[in-house]
Design a protein around this ligand. Structure first.
Ligand code: NAP
Length: 241
């Protein structure tokens, strides 16, 4: 049977790499983001197996557009949320904070909610989303990014519990990468332990297939976040990140 996935945020970076891997694995894909030309380029790889939809997760019509895409694809087994923005904001510029909240908090809630209600009605499905290790603790250099990533992780955990209590067969995979070399880190900051989006995507696909609940990528970040959690608040606030 044809497996069908929708990827929101498939036009670049990690979402694009995951899309390529799923295509190579025979999936039928619905791909969405704002930049149509990049999505059409992706469609060229397997025109008969890729449906394209432009949508902006911050706009109220994004849910409707997701549903049109599901219809065109003929259903959805996996919803993968890769869309997101993030910027360092050491001077707390209002525009950056609010745009980040609109995309990563409101847009995320809108899209995950649509997918959840679709799977609840259908009886089964899998929701996977890229959150981040940035949600582990409050990070001074990127307050809105860090806070929205914590929100995303908590939201997924809440839905996972709700689905189980309601007897819904919806699986969840919360993917938390460390720094990945994509357009999102498009500034001159020397990010340590930078990973390639291709290898992160391979780990993500494996984690989805293995039905992992939470996956921190990679092992170095698993160690780092383990220790971050142990640091008391009075020390954490003095740490220079
Ligand atoms: N790079 C890292 O170090 C890193 C680490 C941990 C987690 N992450 C997370 O990984 C996810 C993917 O980021 P990336 O690193 O692959 O960066 P990216 O290359 O900039 O990809 C971001 C994707 O999100 C889409 N997007 C952004 N705003 C959107 C909107 N309003 N509506 C619909 N789509 C939107 C973009 O498409 P359009 O611009 O075409 O709309 C693009 O496809 C993000 O959630 C990010 O927070 C990244």
């Amino acid at each position: 049977m044809n497996r069908k996935a929708i990827i929101v945020g498939a036009s670049s970076g990690i979402g694009l790499e995951v899309a390529k891997l799923l295509l190579a694995d025979g999936w039928h894909l619905g791909v969405a983001a704002r930049r149509e030309e990049l999505l059409l380029e992706l469609k060229e790889k397997a025109p008969e197996r890729v449906e394209v939809m432009t949508l902006d997760v911050t706009m109220p019509d994004a849910g409707e557009r997701l549903h049109s895409l599901i219809e065109r694809l003929g259903g959805m087994d996996l919803y993968f949320h890769a869309s997101g923005i993030g910027k360092q904001n050491r001077t707390l510029e209002e525009g950056i904070e609010l745009r980040t909240m609109e995309t990563n908090a409101v847009g995320f809630t809108r899209m995950i909610g649509e997918a959840y209600r679709y799977f609840a009605e259908r009886g089964a499905g899998h929701i996977a989303a890229i959150t981040s290790i940035a949600g582990t603790k409050g990070l001074g250099p990127a307050p809105a990014y860090s806070a929205t990533k914590a929100l995303q992780a908590t939201y997924l955990q809440s839905l996972e519990q709700q689905a189980l209590q309601r007897g819904l067969k919806i699986r969840f995979t919360d993917i938390r990468p460390g720094f990945v070399d994509t357009a999102l880190l498009n500034d001159s900051f020397p990010y340590p332990m930078l990973m390639r989006p291709e290898s992160v995507a391979r780990d993500i696909v494996r984690s989805i297939y293995r039905h992992r609940h939470v996956r921190v990528i990679d092992w170095r970040y698993r160690i780092l976040t383990f220790f971050w959690r142990l640091i008391p608040r009075w020390i954490w606030r003095r740490m220079k990140l």
